[in-house]
Design a protein around this ligand. Structure first.
Ligand code: DHB
Length: 535
């Protein structure tokens, strides 16, 4: 494996002349319509001053979470760089949307929560460079690569369109919902794993996405009083890889670990702490995810009907037992120590059965009877659903990924690319997969920078650090049929946060797959509750 220092600065990708034209004298104003970014490469925070008068007023009909339409008049602040030394103008920029009138009634969002809605997916790049209104962030999927052994493209749930921030599965656009609720929405673009510079070097791999999100938060804080909204009430949202990044952002507030990266990017000199965190199906804890996956889905077959290599699966599963023991976590709601032996019972009692119960209770009598007739593994008694772990696994059916799910032996997983460096596209990040490498590697150890990269990328590491400026309010959601990662990833995240005293709201959506969000209205209400915001 190669190590190569790569100069990552001033690589402008696919934007034409506009970005360069703006890089003058630290002034961030956008001079004309064709120049959609107001970036500067001057390196001083002065370059990052947000011009509060530089907006376009737009009117849009936006449906709230209940499907009711609202006419929203809002100020749209077009794309501008959030770092002074962007290595990539297209991705290191953000847009801001501020409601001023909803259904004809004036709205004052100057003290509203700021929803920072990331559009990260599959650890790929996301961009707002072409956004002309709220909720138009694009996830870029070109060059994503194939999933190891599986038929589905790595990292992206089927049906995940380039649908804008939070519009995964074509349903929920949290930036739009936020402004329809009277909040400020900030949508950042981020670098991602597929990006290469002119020398072929990967510059969007770990930890680029989290560095960018932190820089965006610093930009918001630095512009307190200029960016409308309460900069001490930033609420981050993200789904899947974006959920992992959102959780990491919350857990790592003001960690010094990122300082050199932020400095190199020319991030504003301000805190990167956020107040609250929303994370949907976070694909987090990557270095333990292969083991967790086999603990959870080891017995399930692939959609092709094939069984994965059971030797590998069992070896990984036994690693999970060790890992889980090392975490020393207590389950939420009074459940005792969490171990690989009792985690099935924990998930059933704490999440899966309550989730099925909630789902069934909300059905009409006849729909419930029909559902139960089709799903005889569920016992419905006294208004409660019960079932066994094995029956639940059978009910979910095919596992989405082969084994190992994340650090593929042939380095073909998206996550291998996420740990690429220099001109090396993909690397191993677990000792187990390194040892079992099938690409002809002879290295006996992981590259020496990998442990630090894992710390930079894993919210579990930061939760254990108990940073005082971490987010203290957490909304974590996951579909019960989501086999993109182990159910224990979200559950461990929630338990770890709960165990250090944070306010954690964690639920599972019954029968829902990857990247789903079936209670966005409750999230919007939760934002007001935890931030103490009253209109
Ligand atoms: C995502 C999904 C995955 O299965 C994965 O490994 C990484 C990311 C995603 O949808 O973002």
């Amino acid at each position: 494996m190669k190590h190569r220092a790569v100069k990552r600065r001033n690589v402008v990708i696919g934007i034409g002349a506009a970005a360069g034209a703006a890089a003058v004298g630290g002034i961030t104003l956008n001079a004309n319509a064709s120049n959609t970014r107001g970036g500067s490469t001057s390196g001083s925070s002065g370059a990052l001053v947000f011009d509060k008068d530089d907006y376009t007023e737009l009117t849009e009909t936006i449906a709230d979470a209940a499907g009711k339409n609202h006419e929203v008049v809002y100020r749209f602040y077009k794309p501008r760089n959030y770092v002074a030394n962007p290595s990539d103008d297209t991705h290191q920029s953000l847009v801001v949307s501020v409601p001023v009138k909803i259904d004809g009634k004036a709205v004052d969002a100057s003290k509203a929560p700021i929803v920072l809605a990331n559009a990260v997916g599959a650890y790929m790049p996301s961009s707002v460079a072409k956004a002309t209104g709220v909720g138009q962030a694009q996830l870029e999927m070109t060059g994503m690569g194939a999933m190891p052994g599986g038929g589905t493209p790595s990292g992206i749930p089927s049906g995940m369109p380039n649908g804008g921030t939070g519009a995964i599965n074509g349903m929920v656009n949290l930036a739009k919902l936020a402004i329809a609720a009277g909040y400020v929405a900030v949508e950042p673009g981020t670098r991602g794993r597929s990006l290469t510079d002119s020398s072929g070097a990967y510059y969007g791999t770990a930890p680029a996405a989290i560095v960018d999100l932190k820089a965006a938060v610093r930009y918001i804080r630095f512009n307190k009083g200029r960016i409308p909204g309460n900069t001490d009430r930033i609420v981050s949202t993200g789904t899947s890889a974006g959920g992992a990044m959102s959780a990491l952002l919350g857990a790592s507030g003001d960690s010094p670990l990122y300082d050199t990266y932020l400095k190199e990017a020319g991030a504003a000199d301000a805190s990167d702490a956020i107040f609250a965190t929303g994370a949907w199906c976070p694909i987090a804890d990557l270095e333990h995810a292969d083991a967790a996956y086999e603990w959870n889905w080891g017995a399930n077959k692939l959609s092709t009907g094939k069984q994965v290599d059971q030797t590998v699966s069992k070896e990984l599963k036994s690693q999970f037992a060790e890992y889980q023991a090392s975490l020393k976590l207590k389950g939420m709601k009074g459940f005792g120590n969490l171990t690989a032996r009792n985690y099935d019972e924990y998930l059933l009692k704490t999440y899966l059965q309550p989730s099925a119960t909630k789902y069934l209770a909300a059905l009409s009598g006849s729909d419930r009877t029909a559902y139960l007739a089709k799903n005889t593994f569920i016992t419905w008694s006294d208004g409660k659903a019960t079932f066994t772990w094995d029956d639940y696994l059978t009910h979910v059916g095919a596992r989405k990924k082969t084994t190992p799910a994340f650090d593929a032996f042939d380095q073909s997983a998206g996550e291998n690319n996420e740990f690429g460096t220099g001109t090396t596209k993909a690397r191993h990040f677990t000792a187990y997969s390194l040892v079992n490498d099938t690409t002809g590697l002879t290295a006996k150890r992981l590259d020496s920078d990998i442990p630090e990269l894992l710390r930079l990328m894993n919210p579990m590491y930061h939760i254990a650090q108990r940073h005082s400026n971490r987010s203290k309010h957490w909304w974590i959601r996951l579909g019960t049929s989501d086999s993109d990662t182990s159910l224990t990833v979200s559950a461990n995240l929630a338990a770890a946060l709960d165990n250090i005293g944070d306010d954690v709201d964690h639920e599972y959506y019954w029968d829902q797959g990857h990247a789903t969000n079936t209670d966005p209205g409750d999230f919007i209400t939760w934002v007001a509750k935890v931030t103490g915001y009253k209109k």
